[in-house]
Design a protein around this ligand. Structure first.
Ligand code: ATP
Ligand code: MG
Length: 349
């Protein structure tokens, strides 16, 4: 995880969010990674609901439009799934070699996955062989096969070949590690604040401990603004983006944004007890946010005060370069967090 392949190659990452579809064209290998091109296409509300595609045509057309307008001709893409059809779980198994574990994993998974095991795609990673004398910790990843197939078919309709279906949380972990590395022993909460969900992934020493999706996300914040301020969807989105703040007035805005921040904080807090008990402190050292919602005005500062730990918004361009003029004079600051997941996808071999 997190190492760039040596051979130069171009990879396309495609992140289908419930409100924004992101595509990136990334060169990896050689001296490092370089973003050559990216595109972001907005989806109307109700096209993707609860992670389910309600209107295939709109999604397919949006993807096609993005590739065409950005002149991206490569059709092999890496994409990600998240939500209820995907399960990431740390389990313990009898100590054995990887090849053996590969044969056993389906049987092991049966006890941990709430779907019929014949209907899931499985993957795993041995993460700790030292935790107990005869046992090892394994990170189990299971995805409903129908979800994987549905995604592959959807992309096929858009003229694309799926070369990788990753887990969204891991794509973000990937881009985080490539840009920041990991400090030994530090518990980092990667929080991807999207439109429908905020995905949390607790990572320590490069290993994911636990992932969870919260519904406190950008869309929820937008709805609160609409309700409390009596504004429409468009204006609420502008406010989220920090535009037209003066028109509304900070006095009115602040309590709404704070109560949203507090709910997100409580959501994060409630997942802490699920961390492995071996990690006695269960104390986060840092929160790193990604997704469009990471930039909700004041959110990072609020969480920083609330948890009394550093909270930052991910910058995927700490160590990844980008083509000159790609972002114009304003630079990549407000785009980086939104395309972070797509970049993480494109970095996978
Ligand atoms: N600059 C910005 N500042 C604050 N919020 C923003 C900004 N840009 C977008 N948003 C909000 O972030 C959300 C979109 O972010 P993102 O693209 O990460 O979500 P998504 O991937 O479409 O959703 P999900 O992952 O939940 O399916 C929307 O709610 C949008 O209003
Ligand atoms: Mg998203």
């Amino acid at each position: 995880m997190g190492f760039l392949p040596k051979k130069k190659r171009r990879n396309v990452g495609l992140d289908i969010g419930s409100s924004l579809i992101k595509v990136v064209d990334l060169e990896t290998g050689g001296k490092g990674a370089m973003l050559h091109n990216y595109g972001i296409g907005a989806l109307p509300p109700d096209v993707i609901v609860d992670g389910e595609v309600m209107d295939r045509e709109v999604v397919v057309d949006t993807i096609k439009g993005l590739f065409a307008s950005k002149g991206i001709t490569k059709t092999a893409v890496a994409t990600a799934l998240s939500g209820r059809g995907v399960i990431v779980k740390k389990i313990t198994m009898e100590k054995m070699r990887e090849a053996e574990a590969r044969e056993q994993i389906r049987w092991e998974a049966e006890q941990h996955v709430p779907f019929d095991i014949s209907d899931v795609s499985l993957d795993f990673q041995i993460v700790d062989t030292e935790s107990a004398p005869d046992q090892m910790d394994v990170l189990l990843v299971a995805a409903k096969r129908e979800n994987v197939t549905a995604r592959v078919n959807l992309l096929q309709e858009a003229g694309l070949d799926t070369v990788l279906v990753d887990v969204a949380a891991f794509a973000i972990q990937n881009v985080y590690e490539a840009n920041y590395g990991f400090e030994p022993g530090q518990l980092i909460a990667l929080v991807n604040v999207g439109a429908e969900t905020s995905g949390i992934n607790f990572v320590k020493d490069g290993i994911s401990f636990f992932t969870r999706d919260l519904s406190t996300a950008g869309g929820d914040c937008s709805q609160r603004l609409q309700k409390e301020l009596g504004v429409g969807y468009e204006q609420a989105t502008e406010i989220l983006k920090g535009e037209s703040l003066e028109a509304v007035g900070m006095d009115q805005l602040q309590p709404i944004l704070r109560s949203f921040g507090e709910d997100l904080a409580v959501g994060i807090e409630r997942t802490l007890p699920y961390l492995p008990s071996s990690d006695e402190t269960r104390k986060m050292n840092r929160i790193v946010m990604s997704g469009g919602g990471a930039m909700i005005p004041g959110l990072a500062d609020f969480l920083q005060e609330r948890f009394e730990i550093p909270v930052e918004i991910i910058d995927p361009f700490q160590r990844i370069e980008y083509a000159p003029d790609l972002f114009g004079p304003q630079g990549p600051k407000s785009t980086g967090p939104i395309i972070a997941q797509a970049i993480g996808l494109a970095m996978r071999e």
